[in-house]
Write a protein that binds this ligand. Structure first.
Ligand SMILES: Cc1cc2nc3c(=O)[nH]c(=O)nc-3n(C[C@H](O)[C@H](O)[C@H](O)COP(=O)(O)OP(=O)(O)OC[C@H]3O[C@@H](n4cnc5c(N)ncnc54)[C@H](O)[C@@H]3O)c2cc1C
Length: 434
């Protein structure tokens, strides 16, 4: 972390001493006149504080949770909306619909994990009043051409007291975010406005030696944080904690989840299970703390070895290709490449590293049904493919989906169709998810 104020240094001291430090290095002070981190910054910045933390590609986390849930017996219904839910004769009667049909299911308990739509679900879908409110706070990002050459991130404090980050992103890019803007309602798609984009450009340009300009921007995106409305004045000050509320009316329980962060998604899921388990007579207890998600059955320190093993087994892979596959799929990369001994055996090539074998696998295992699903919702490869490559990928995926030559993609028994921030597994009505 690179911050200017002493209060941040005190915060980092606490961060070091409150959290476990088994894998990550501790905080230190940097002399920006000599450290490589200073090269990209204006010379007036001479001192910074550095700390270490983890990051996650949120779309991968969500789809892996959905796959894991399915592996443990959950039915995942992508692109399926809960239209209504009513208590009837001791259970929930839930009406679902997709693009072709409407049908009903019964359930003993309903979990409303609809994120920004949680309040809409209570009022519109369940048809109840709610004294709890969600505060929708939009956060926008810009992605620029790479602004610096090292692999560390900058956290920058602005004149308005807010903090933004500039993070190395998908190899050739830098991700800058975020804003905190009250968002009107869940039905309004979030977009990064010109004002937000300019705010981020101006903020970053206060620090970087070469000013960030509009021409550097290659992509902008925005999401809505579903924050529990605790009556805080500003969007920045609103609580980031989650709140769970269970309504046992008629002995047919409804669990409403308000707020929640990706960072604490597993803790939130355990708290949700503490509400759900006694009501469904589930005695299993928490088990996910040490359980890897699909493809994640290796230690952090073994990533380099895993890439080397992949290249040894598939000598036609170059380092960048092996790295991408391991970062996205972990040990499942071996399953994707199967028995191939040449690139030709992976089928059609759509770009330097995207082959029919990979597309077939994500259609069969990650509910991919369009090119956009693969290029933007399961990865950020949309940033690096050309328009014609993206069109060819979309054609291939849609044809395979239409002719039914894939596994679960698009099927009613398949997966997740993230529609918002990181998106949750299933409908927001079930399961543990980000
Ligand atoms: C800009 C930004 C930056 C963030 N940064 C961080 C960060 O650094 N660290 C962090 O931990 N968190 C961060 N978050 C927060 C995090 O992304 C969200 O808290 C998280 O995605 C919320 O997950 P969720 O599952 O509750 O909601 P969502 O991911 O929004 O999922 C809700 C799901 O419910 C579905 N749904 C809604 N209504 C219905 C219906 N009627 N029928 C069926 N399905 C329905 C939606 O389609 C959606 O898939 C950030 C969020 C934003 C916007």
């Amino acid at each position: 972390m690179y911050a200017r104020r002493w209060s941040n240094a005190k915060g980092l001291f606490l961060y070091d001493h409150l959290g476990g430090r088994e894998l990550l290095p501790g905080t230190k002070t940097l002399d920006l006149r000599t450290d490589a981190a200073g090269t990209a910054l204006k010379p007036e910045f001479r001192r910074a504080f550095e700390y270490s933390d983890c990051w996650i590609e949120d779309s991968r986390l969500v789809v892996l949770n959905a796959r894991d849930a399915m592996r443990h017996g959950a039915t995942i219904m992508p692109r399926t909306r809960v239209v209504s839910a009513r208590r009837e004769a001791g259970s929930w009667v839930i009406t679902l619909c997709d693009s072709t049909a409407q049908w009903q299911v019964r359930a003993r308990m309903l979990v409303n994990a609809a994120g920004p739509w949680a309040e809409t679900v209570i009022k519109g879908v369940v048809g109840q009043n709610s004294s709890d409110h969600i505060r929708l706070v939009r956060g926008s990002h810009i992605v620029t051409k790479r602004l610096f050459d090292h692999d560390r991130s900058y956290f920058l404090q602005g004149r308005d007291g807010r903090i933004i980050f500039a993070i190395p992103y998908e190899g050739d890019f830098t991700l800058i975010g975020t804003t905190d803007k009250d968002h009107p309602d869940a039905a309004t798609p979030p977009v990064c406005t010109e004002e937000e984009s300019n705010y981020l450009i101006d903020f970053a340009s206060q620090y970087f030696a070469r000013p960030v300009t509009k021409d550097d921007i290659v992509w902008r995106f925005s999401g809505v944080r579903p924050l529990y409305d605790d009556g805080a004045g500003s969007a920045t000050a609103a609580t980031r904690d989650y709140v769970l509320k269970t309504d046992d009316a008629g002995n047919v329980p409804l669990l409403n989840i308000f707020g929640g962060k990706i960072t604490t998604y597993r803790k939130l899921a355990e708290a949700a299970m503490a509400e759900i388990a006694p009501r469904l007579d589930n005695r299993h207890g928490p088990w996910t703390a040490g359980a890897p998600l699909p493809g994640g059955d290796f230690a952090v320190a073994e990533v380099t070895t895993l890439m080397a093993d992949l290249r040894q087994q598939y000598p036609f892979l170059d380092a960048a290709w092996a790295r991408r596959l391991v970062r996205a799929y972990g040990t499942d990369a071996f399953e994707i490449l199967g028995a191939a001994s040449t690139t030709d055996q992976l089928g059609e090539h759509f770009s330097a590293t995207i082959t029919a074998a990979e597309l077939d696998w994500v259609m069969a295992n990650e509910w991919v049904a369009t090119g956009e699903d693969f290029l933007w919702r399961r990865s950020k490869l949309g940033l690096v493919v050309t328009d014609s490559e993206a069109a060819a990928i979309d054609d291939y995926v849609r044809n395979r989906t239409r002719t039914g030559t894939t596994g679960t993609g698009g099927a009613r028994t398949g997966g997740t169709a993230p529609t918002s921030n990181a998106a949750s597994a299933a409908t927001g009505m079930a399961g543990a998810s980000a």
